[in-house]
Design a binder for this molecule. Sequence first.
Ligand SMILES: [Zn+2]
Length: 298
Amino acid sequence: MLSLLKLNLMKKIVVLVVSLFILLNSGFAQAKINVVVIGAHPDDCDNDAGGTAILFAKAGHNVLFVSVTNGDAGHHEKGGGALAKIRIDEAQEAGKRFGVKYMVLDHHDGELMPTLDIRLEIIRIIRRWNADLVIGPRPNDYHPDHRNTAVLIQDAAYLVIVPNIAPDTPPLKRNPVFLYTEDGFQKPTPFEPDIAVDITPVFDQKIYAMAAHESQFFEWLPWTSGKLDQVPKTEAERLKWLAEWRNQGINDKVKESLTKWYGPGKSNQAKYAEAFEICEYGRRPSDEEIRKLFPFFD
Ligand SMILES: [Zn+2]
């Protein structure tokens, strides 16, 4: 009788230990990674880091998109507050499709300056999100809003840990890793893809989410490039058209980076990628830390 009781107890202990082991090895035990992507306009984060954001969100991590301007200049027929309202609504819909929270700050489009007030606003947002990773544009770009957004982000790096700056919001304990999104500008230095993410499995979802910015991808941007008359009418045709338009292929440097992070076999299968350059003003991560920050490499 006693040995039977002992046996039952032993069984219970084994079940408990196995359950604990499974739990610790599941996502439950893995710390959440907090990512803030910052763009100048509602649709910039989407275009530059949308696939990567989906991968983070699908794995249960926390992603915030921030548009520093309200997009109230981005149209040929609409403008002002009415356009800002349209773009805020589009950003909210895009956020749902990406699986991220989308914040649109109320600064005029086309007039963004890297002021102290906006720098403090960015610092507070990065702190409140408890960011591990902050992603944004490089300061070399054709659009002054993109350049000034980059300056604002660079100026927030480091100051996010300084308690006497914006003392109403507790500082971060350590400087996040700051990353630049890919661009094609060559001067003063071309973009270096230190990190490349294979977004092939989520490319269709990225396009679907981007398509929420109807006023941009099917009205304003085609108008600026003289192809408004080519925009298809049905949703299915529009998604296909947007996918073709946004497919920039994978250049040699990005391919090299994909091979570094995924190995030659997997990188050869990648059709779509997003690449990032490490900003020298944030924390400088080792390769090992990058693998922890991008847990989908393996
Ligand atoms: Zn933009």
